[in-house]
Design a protein around this ligand. Structure first.
Ligand code: ADP
Length: 399
């Protein structure tokens, strides 16, 4: 069975074709500038690369172009698009409606659109992409929606209710939802396999650290708390997002700087975090390089993020009444040995003992960097959201 996995934005479309016989990626690519001009970059498993400018007035033309790449010329990996058994779509927000991945129907698409208040930038374009995909593949090709929020729907009320008047939860669904759920589900399940115990018996902390970052407490295979909240702005500092701050800062700054709500949102989402504190860059590599050269604010940025991650790990261990395993994933989690090491050192009091050399050698692969006598196993587990979307799609379609 071959599954096409789609991760669509308003002007972009990332895709992978996965052969479920061996879970190998046959080809992948990215369509960009949809609705503006159009560009596709495509790569096959055996290393053939094509980049082309093509007009993409809508997502439909992007789908037609990627099918051409998959079925024709030097990048051909299948004879006909009919070989694609099903399509799995990443959808950002499933609210409380979608607690699991689901087969896409007209009603599902309408509900995804109806959640636009909660996810104005993502859900509407994702619904547009799903419809364009249906138009191209025909309604006989089954499609599945996999939501970033679903994994966190197991959080108890005490973890998702904010301390604002309860009527806002009832009226506007204001609560913690959490994101990166597909990643946290994939890597935490994998960590349970690596530790060699059933997920149901383990208390795990999953640190997904990339441009966007979130940390999740996974107890018995279920998300019980996570740092991202009503939106992905909550939690620890990220590339350009502030993470959680005293909410009064928002009204204070809006007043002082004469900013509208939209302008404040822009500052907190696009000008804060690593970029805001360092004044240099949102990219962790740039920050690490500048800190290495003695830049104080770059060093401060790293100190802040490491301190925040450490505090969350401690608080999630307390929330779960212990921790058996901690994992690092995402661009920063998988690559930055110094960040991983600094976060985990000093946690010996709670049974976490890590080895510097193991940590230095753990990047970009599955690797344990806790010592053999550490009570808590600490690992790098590379994430693969596309594979989990493909697995969910295959399972739901196979039913
Ligand atoms: P996204 O959240 O957009 O998927 P990624 O998971 O790809 O992002 O993470 C991007 C982040 O990973 C950037 O901050 C980048 O600097 C960081 N990163 C990538 N490689 C390294 C590295 N070798 N050392 C430190 N940080 C790295």
């Amino acid at each position: 069975m071959k599954i096409l996995v789609i991760n669509a934005g308003s002007s972009s479309l990332k895709y992978q074709l996965i052969d479920m016989e061996n879970e190998k990626v046959l080809a992948k690519g990215l369509c960009e500038r949809i609705g503006i001009s159009g560009n596709i970059s495509h790569k096959t498993a055996d290393g053939k690369k094509v980049e082309k400018e093509l007009p993409f007035p809508t997502h439909k033309e992007a789908f037609l172009a990627l099918i051409d790449m998959l079925t024709k010329g030097e990048t051909k990996v299948i004879d006909d698009m009919k070989e694609i058994s099903a399509v799995g779509h990443r959808v950002v927000h499933g609210s409380e409606t979608f607690k699991n991945s689901i087969r896409i129907t007209d009603e599902v698409i309408q509900t995804i659109i109806d959640l636009k208040d909660l996810s104005p930038l993502h859900n509407p374009p994702q619904a547009v992409a799903i419809k364009a995909c249906q138009e191209v593949f025909g309604k006989d090709t089954p499609m599945v929606a996999v939501f970033d929020t679903s994994f966190h729907q197991t959080m108890p009320e005490k973890a998702y209710i904010y301390g604002v008047p309860y009527e806002y939860y009832e009226k506007y669904h204001v609560r913690r939802y959490g994101f990166h759920g597909t990643s946290h589900r994939f890597v935490s399940a994998r960590l349970a396999e690596l530790v060699g115990k059933p997920a149901s018996e383990l208390k795990l902390i999953s640190c997904h650290l990339g441009n966007g970052s979130s940390i999740t407490a996974v107890d018995g295979g279920k998300s019980v708390d996570t740092t991202m909240g009503f939106t992905p702005l909550d939690g620890i500092i990220m590339g350009t997002r502030s993470g959680g701050i005293d909410p009064s800062i928002v009204t204070f700054l809006a007043d002082k700087e004469n900013k509208t709500p939209a302008e404040m949102s822009d500052i907190l989402n696009k000008k804060s975090g690593f970029l805001g504190i360092s004044g240099l860059s949102s990219d962790c590599r740039d920050i690490e390089a500048a800190a290495h050269e003695g830049n104080h604010r770059a060093q401060l940025t790293l100190d802040v993020v490491k301190y925040q991650i450490k505090k969350i790990i401690g608080s999630y261990a307390a929330a779960m009444g212990g921790v058996d395993g901690i994992l690092f994933t995402g661009g920063i989690g998988e690559n930055s040995a110094s960040l991983r090491y600094d976060v985990c050192s000093g946690l010996e009091f709670m049974g976490v003992k890590v080895d510097k050399e193991l940590c230095d050698n753990a990047s970009r692969k599955e690797a344990k960097f806790s010592t053999p006598d550490s009570k808590v196993e600490v690992w790098v587990v590379p994430t693969d959201e596309e594979l989990l979307i493909a697995r969910d799609t295959a399972e739901i379609v196979g039913k």
